[in-house]
Ligand binder design. Structure first.
Ligand SMILES: [Fe+2]
Length: 546
């Protein structure tokens, strides 16, 4: 066991700045770097096929810029470079997070027929007003050509969640500058804007959300990731979502381990579900919280027909809708019952609420075996900050653990801290020392619970005053109301104790394996041999290699 420090890391902030880092709303907006100048960009879509044309929309204080495009896998391959491209400063609407930036396209390029599927990083560089370079990073995905891909994995990047957390322009599905008082989160977010700072590239020492601190007794929680973001000029949400914090670690691991991996965005699941047909195994990783009805249809049908879905991800929480050909994502979330037109003469099954809202009739467990409303926080704030770190294993004889040497009662991935910061679970009971889903849990038939840890929907502590709680009981009250009609204390008590699980179940001719934790990828990033072994066991079985 690694020995953890007993003090929070220090990024040079004053106590007041530390409070600002956590409590205030800060975000990327044009002009934020002042005299130095800036360059920003976005592409017209998240994802392209070979030979398609990408429109790059650039706004810059400089009149020319340099462009490099690099495939970002276990090795980096530069595929395109060009200097001397003309740019200009473009006006940005105040509500750009919702409406899109509306910048003119500045440059177009064609995806080469020989560019392998994957994630491609765009680096823009120009001269700042002080003569020093200014940069912008963007990412787009190249999806595979249609056809059979024997032996290859299709990874679906959690782009719905990237979009939900993107702070660029001031509003996302969490915080925002919408509404009369400019203090509301955005119910709609646009793809037509740059990614916030830290979604595409991050330094190696950027903290993850789960605490790497042995928290002393009676400690008021601190949030190193937000303090680091504030201190270094990164997005407040850099550790909550994005390619750099999550999806990239699975792709790099899989390529390093010798797997052929293709990449798609969730837009492909929604608009071209036939993309799944070429694959024996489809993988979902990281923080994967926002899905449409159509995306679930695609996965359900694929597994029914004999496909294998491997989910190493947490927080399967919200239904979204896509509008404007996928350029706008809608999620009313906590305000859905009050504001979403789906409740006023629309199709209420498409309401942008939690999947477990009874009126939707489609709990998350029906697709991936676990529910976000029965899981949630672990390893940070006032939610199990001294919790398990890994998955407590109950069924070590399961095929997923072959070759790990793991025992009943061992904790999988504790050193690499794979358990947190949001996890998915089920209501369960222990019989004869083994966990089983309860009869009313909504678990699919034949579901086996391989591992279970504890999680919490609320921060409750006699030692932490309400003003120092970041999460409080808001999410727990919402879950109580969503599931049981009223956010009462009695209903809160029914939902506040959650769990995080690894489960496996058959469906039709296929199968689902689900390790329900955002942080599984931390085990791949930190090269935890046991976590790598379980991941390979799942991929090998689903690719027909074992
Ligand atoms: Fe989340």
């Amino acid at each position: 066991m690694t020995h953890l420090p007993t003090e929070f890391p220090d990024f040079g902030l004053t106590p007041q700045q530390r409070r600002q880092a956590v409590r205030t709303h800060y975000y990327e907006l044009p002009g934020m770097d002042g005299e130095r100048g800036e360059i920003w960009c976005y592409t017209d879509r998240f994802c392209y096929r070979p030979s398609e044309t990408v429109a790059l929309h650039v706004s810059a204080t400089a009149s020319i810029f340099r462009l490099a495009i690099t495939r970002d896998g276990c090795t980096e391959i530069k595929v395109f470079e060009k200097a001397g491209i003309a740019a200009r400063w473009q006006d940005t609407p105040d509500q750009c997070s919702v409406e899109g930036c509306g910048w003119d396209a500045s440059f177009e390029f064609r995806i080469g027929d020989d560019w392998p599927s994957g994630a491609y990083r765009i680096t823009l560089e120009a001269d700042g007003r002080d003569g020093k370079p200014i940069h912008c990073y963007h990412l787009f995905i190249v999806a595979p050509q249609p056809g059979k891909k024997p032996g290859r994995v299709l990874q679906v990047a959690a782009t719905g969640t990237w979009l939900a957390y993107n702070t660029w322009g001031g509003s996302n599905h969490y915080e925002g500058i919408t509404g009369a008082n400019r203090d509301q989160y955005a119910r709609m977010v646009s793809t037509q804007r740059p990614w916030c700072r830290g979604f595409v590239v991050l330094p190696k020492d950027a903290p993850r959300v789960p605490l790497e601190v042995a928290v002393p007794p009676k400690t008021v929680p601190r949030y190193p990731h937000m303090e680091w973001a504030f201190a270094t000029g990164h997005s407040k949400k850099y550790a909550s979502s994005g390619w750099a914090s999550y999806d990239s670690h699975f792709l790099r691991f899989a390529e390093r381990a010798g797997y052929g991996v293709d990449l798609a965005s969730q837009h492909e699941l929604h608009f071209s579900p036939e993309i799944l047909d070429g694959y024996d195994c489809v993988a979902f990783v990281g923080h994967d919280e926002y899905w449409t009805w159509e995306m679930r249809d695609a996965v359900d049908a694929y597994v029914e027909r004999g496909g294998y879905a491997a989910r190493f991800a947490g927080n399967f929480m919200w239904q979204t809708r896509l509008e404007d050909d996928g350029r706008r994502q809608v999620c009313y979330k906590y305000k859905a019952r009050a504001e979403d037109p789906a409740y006023r003469g629309g199709d209420v099954t498409r309401a942008t609420n939690s999947w477990e809202a009874p009126e939707i009739g489609r709990p998350g467990a029906a697709t991936f075996g676990l529910n976000a409303t029965r899981g949630v926080y672990a390893g940070w704030g006032g939610c199990a900050p001294r919790g398990v770190r890994g998955f407590p294993v109950y069924r070590p004889e399961h095929w997923a653990f072959t070759g790990t040497g793991i025992y009943y009662g061992d904790v999988l991935g504790a050193d690499s801290h794979i358990y947190g910061y949001e996890v998915d679970g089920l209501d369960f009971e222990i019989r004869g020392g083994l966990p089983y889903p309860t009869a009313t849990s909504g678990a699919p038939d034949g579901l086996q619970v391989l591992a279970v840890g504890m999680a919490s929907q609320v921060e409750e502590s006699a030692d932490v005053p309400l003003k120092d709680q970041f999460l409080g009981d808001e999410d727990g009250r919402f879950t109580a109301e969503t599931l049981f009609g009223e956010p009462s204390d009695a209903n809160l008590d029914k939902v506040k104790r959650g769990s995080g699980m690894i489960v496996n179940f058959p469906r039709g001719k296929g199968e689902v394996f689900h390790a329900g934790s955002c942080e599984w990828v931390a085990g791949l990033l930190r090269q935890d041999a046991m976590v790598e072994c379980v991941t390979k066991n799942v991929l090998d079985r689903y690719l027909g290699k074992s």
